[in-house]
Design a protein around this ligand. Sequence first.
Ligand code: DPP
Ligand code: ZN
Length: 852
Amino acid sequence: PQVIRRDAYREPDWLVPETALDFRLDSLQTRVKARLTVVRHGDHDRPLRLDGDSLTPVAVSVDGRAVTDWTMEDGQLVIALSGVDHVIETEVEIAPELNTQLMGLYASGGLLCTQCEAEGFRRITFFPDRPDVLSRYTVRMDADKARYPVLLANGDPIASGDLPDGRHWAEWHDPFPKPCYLFALVAGDLEANRDSFVTMTGRKVDLGIWVRAADLPKTDHAMAALKLSMAWDEAMYGREYDLDVFNIVAVADFNFGAMENKGLNVFNSRYILADPDTATDMDYDAIAGVVAHEYFHNWSGNRVTCRDWFQLSLKEGFTVFRDQQFSGDQGSKAVKRIEDVRTLRASQFPEDSGPLAHPIRPESYMEISNFYTATIYNKGAEIVRMIHTILGPEKFRAATDLYFARHDGEAATCEDFVKAMEDGGGVDLSQFRLWYSQAGTPRVKAALSHDGATARLKLEQTVPATPGQPEKQPMLLPLKVRLFGAQSEAPLCDERIVMLSAANDEIVIEGIEERPILSINRGFSAPVVLESDRGAADLAFLSAHDDDPFARYEAMQQLMVDTLVRAVAEGMADHGPVIEAVRGTLTDKALDASFIAEAVLLPSEAFIGDQMLVVDPDAINRARDSLRAELGVKLESAWRGAYDSAQANRFEYSPAAKGARRLKSVALGYLAASGAKDAADLAYAQFAGADNMTDRQGALGVLVNGTSGNRAKAIEAFYDRYQDNALVLDKWFTSQALSTRADVMDEVLALSSHPDFTLANPNRVRALAGAFSVNQRGFHGADGRGYAFLADIIIALDKLNPQTAAKLVPPLGRWRRFDERRAEKMRAALQRIVDAPGLSKDVFEQASKSLG
Ligand code: DPP
Ligand code: ZN
């Protein structure tokens, strides 16, 4: 496959100021007529090239006259034109029902809907499918009125009416020029949860969340989140909504989480539908976060879009940062930060240290779909967060105002963003720009010494080599630092931001009269791996006394990781300091339950593995289980206390109630780990009596990992109750795929032939195969069956949906981190994928790079 390079960017040869589309919708035979006004851009005599994917022109005309002297080259429709501007008309036919890739126009549960980002529009009609060609769209649709009573598109509705033969039509116009990846239409039998929002200048916007009638009661949370997002973006960023209507549609079959099409967001239904019986607190939070994310794209993505796909993080990193800020403002900022850092470490750090590592602004790709990664999104957000830290909130706001004012209506670059941050913030970000070009997670070594009244902090940074980047330069790292007194238990200085810019540096802090304890990278101010020589006692101290809640969490995690890594290396370790630190946190009356629940959780087996040169899944599992059991036994009465105090609550969706539920399930898990005789009965009682999905799924997870007779009963009862609800059935598959039992592989194989398992629905594939591939002890079973299973799924899914298949490849690419026997089996699985006949470029790119 062809490699696309960032430095090969050229401005478009032709612009398309106006686009009129006419859809005669039908699930098997949709006719698409397009009328493009094209204008030659620059001084050249090159022909017009319109991208197409699996399209055949039925008719082509230029300035109203049918022409036949066009050619097809690699799917592109090539038309020689003599003048400066022309009107091009094309006609094609497509079959949404047969579109299993879920890119372009496709059918999902009787609906017709679209997904165009990144390059799906070329599967609908011939067009210059690149984000720097912005056009004003008018869209007319006609369809059978009984099957498709609702017809939606971007912008505002203009006109509609009935036609003979039971058909009807509607026309929509979007006044804002947009790239074609933001095009959308939806046709179907939908009902709307309707509401409205009055903007800061007093304009009324009609809001609609469109779902199947039966799902209407599950849309209130998403609607509330939408209105909060609209108000938040006005207050925090001065961004006002710009159309008279804003619609969201939920669809069951969707490759991504959601899509920010102008005025018509299309969502994976899992990020819209919620009620207490079917959605967990995590689902509620994710819904609010994704609704906000897509809404925020209206400015960071749509009004200011990307020049080319190498700039993807321009909109995604910035918008993730914005949605993280928003979510932090809705509940506990500290807990939100902990969750975001946990996600970064679980998905981005491994990517950044493996064969698929890439900078947030990549230099090349084969298939852009493969670059919707944790690096582009989550590391991208960390980089914007660092700019926010360096500028401070006021200057950051001035800088984002400048960015939006300067580039409104344009297709911009990451460089444009950084320049606006510099100009608006009055800072020099020259060295900081390395964050856009260098891949790899920097490592920082910190050593604190103390002499008389002077503390010296020695800092050393290295950036590891990554594919294609053997040599790295030192980066600019904003490290928040504070010192605490070992005796006084009080801060010894104010928090300061140390800007580490060299490979080595020494910071001198005067007036430190007692032995200081180092609190560093507070709030996770820089996305780095920190190594320090702080011992168990100092970490335990910080976990109890640091004034930054994130730093408290972090100290506890470090203490746990150090203990577990030692246990793996030496076969045993002193659990005492962890147990005492957990006891202290668990019984600290000043802490809220949601923070306690996060802080007392052991790091995941995968994260422990990431700390080791050669991952030993069995030894990790033994070490972690043993620490978990001892925490369960030694603190049993504290766990029971935490459990009982949350027990009587009725369901309520508030930060306090959520925290109580979270702590309750964590406590239940520790009680089960302790071997307490009544744990399985407690779990079953919670499972059966729950008035919400958080408690029910929490209990199911505990039962699934155990051996009690209640296990099979719960699995069956859950299935019986929710078999008609696809989103909840996904949880049923996932809970079993995450089982910590030795027989998980057999169960997963059996589930893959369950009648409810299907490769046609991306959520279902991710619920079973995706979840299992991050279950370290199950997936990395020494016999290699996990690898073979995943390869089988990838090869089969690739025939239907290459984009979703390619997303499943990365766990196999971690072979360098495992012992030779496992590594060989992982490589064999990758090789089998690469050798599969008719492989897509999506999967080929991921699998061949992973072998590399
Ligand atoms: N642009 C989408 C999102 O992240 C991905 N399809 O919001
Ligand atoms: Zn996004």
